[in-house]
Design a protein around this ligand. Structure first.
Ligand code: ATP
Ligand code: MN
Length: 467
């Protein structure tokens, strides 16, 4: 085949190829170039995998001068022969016949030189960090997990529904919301009493970015049976923690005819399947993260797939925490919300496996959760993971119109705004359940990274919306 017609091959495909001694074309970014006056070695990466391809450039064909723009960070197209490697560390290499520089990278200015760079510093150059081994691995794993989510639900008869991102209700109260408006901030129209006149706004009312797709998800479940959403959610809470983002992705399945037990069974099987998928499909990237950051990562992931989760009630958990020897920063008493330190004690110290806590006091949970017979607790479930704390929050939903309206009144949730939600309880109501899995918390767990800002390409958090 004439060289001009050669199609580019992904490096990942070349590295696993057994079809050797053929002409290939590769394109990628130079990680390093080293060598001597006889031969130069270029480590090339195109993002298709963690491993780099070794390109060998003989000095006879490529005098040092001709390679001066082939520096770390530059982008090149290489043609050459794919041959068994003479050196250690790789099975194959490319004996270059031509090297074209597609884009130079001034070595004085390029921020990702060979020397190790801290994760904190990389956050400030988030536009370039995907080119590092760490972020390449994280982003490939993130992709695999997103794919596994859709694959799981598709195989189990769930339909993917797209719930709105702009919402007219602040119903769930899951957190502070970001307002969406086209009114001029300096001179908004005013009503007679001087307050901002939102009837003049784009939608004719106040609107916000969604904090959850659940309520609309429930509407779809009451028609399609089993559905899920997987979309961006926004919370303007000022939580400057390693587990909170202002913009994150949430997976929310909602199932007609599921009770709390069914809901727990689904959550457990779903999480185990996702972790198993990553172990099977992201072996090289996970091994790299295991070796580089967290020697127990792979073991921890396998412990998720191999062990049943511990299930207990909130009330039982409070008893355990109260008799624990450990001194907690926040005291525990029946009725208080559990803090991350309590959740992690249960998971990491007491049970040493994932925990599903159920039947929380109604006062600390949302209005739509089904009331238990005792009238004090609701059919809530939180799934707690090692190193993370809460990874899933869910519940069986209150399907009884009267009880639901009662809970809304108690909790000052406006029923008129949610007339459409209440209609599902008016027309053909049914027992149903669902949960929300924070996608970045899942990626955080699977990658073993310790800060949620390092598992999304461009994190949004208080005082940061760069890139
Ligand atoms: P937390 O108590 O950890 O703040 P939450 O109880 O407010 O979480 P839910 O409203 O139950 O969270 O949301 C469902 C899931 O979404 C959580 O279990 C978690 O995995 C994820 N999640 C919630 N808030 C955030 C956030 N700010 N950033 C990233 N993920 C989040
Ligand atoms: Mn929750």
């Amino acid at each position: 085949m004439p060289a001009d017609q050669l199609r580019r091959t992904r490096i990942q495909d070349l590295l696993t190829s057994t079809d050797l001694n053929r002409e290939v074309l590769v394109k990628g970014w130079v990680r390093t170039r080293r060598g001597n006056k006889y031969v130069q070695f270029i480590a090339l990466n195109d993002g298709s995998g963690l491993a780099t391809l070794q390109v060998v450039a003989d000095a006879e064909k490529f005098p040092e001068e001709s390679l001066k723009e082939v520096t770390t960070g530059s982008c090149v197209a290489v043609r050459g022969l794919l041959v068994p490697s003479q050196g250690k560390g790789q099975a194959v290499e490319v004996q270059a016949s031509s090297i074209e520089v597609l884009g130079t990278a001034d070595p004085e200015a390029y921020p990702l030189q060979k020397k190790a760079t801290s994760l904190e510093h990389l956050r400030e150059i988030a536009h370039l960090r995907p080119r590092t081994n760490t972020f390449g691995a994280v982003l490939r794993i993130r992709h695999a997990l997103a794919f596994a989510v859709h694959d799981y639900f598709n195989r189990h008869g769930f339909y993917y529904v797209h719930t709105p991102i702009i919402t007219g209700s602040d119903a769930e109260g899951a957190g502070q919301m970001f307002r969406v408006t086209t009114l001029p901030p300096e001179h908004p129209p005013r009503t007679e009493d001087g307050s901002v006149d939102f009837s003049e706004d784009f939608f004719g009312k106040q609107t916000n970015l969604t904090v959850s797709g659940q309520l609309e998800g429930e509407l779809a479940a009451m028609a399609l049976g089993q559905v899920y959403t997987f979309g961006p959610t926004f919370r303007a809470e000022n939580s400057n923690t390693a587990r909170h983002l202002a913009e994150f992705w949430m997976i929310e399945p909602e199932m007609a005819f599921y009770d709390l037990q069914d809901n727990m069974d689904l959550a457990e099987d779903f999480l185990q399947s996702l972790v198993r998928y990553a172990l099977e499909h992201c072996a090289a990237d996970l091994q790299f993260l295991n070796d580089t950051y967290d020697k127990e990562l792979l073991e921890r992931l396998r412990s998720i797939t191999d062990n049943a989760f511990q299930r207990l009630t909130y009330t039982e958990a409070v008893e355990i925490l109260k008799s624990a020897k450990k001194k907690f920063e926040f005291p525990v008493d029946w009725g208080t919300d559990l803090q991350s330190e309590h959740e992690r004690y249960l998971v990491e110290k007491h049970f040493k496996k994932p925990v599903i806590l159920t039947n929380y006091p109604k006062e600390i949970k949302a209005f739509y959760m089904k009331l238990d017979e005792d009238g004090r607790t609701v059919r809530a479930m939180d799934v707690l993971f090692p190193g993370i704390g809460e990874i899933i929050g869910g519940s069986q939903r209150e399907e009884d119109l009267g009880k639901l309206e009662g809970r809304m009144a108690e909790m000052h949730v406006p029923t008129d705004e949610l007339w459409w939600y209440l209609d599902t309880r008016r027309f053909g109501t049914a027992p149903h359940s669902g949960f929300g899995l924070g996608f970045e918390r899942l990626v955080l767990f699977v990658t073993g990274m310790t800060n949620i800002r390092d598992v999304i390409p461009f994190p949004r958090f208080p005082k940061n919306a760069e890139f």
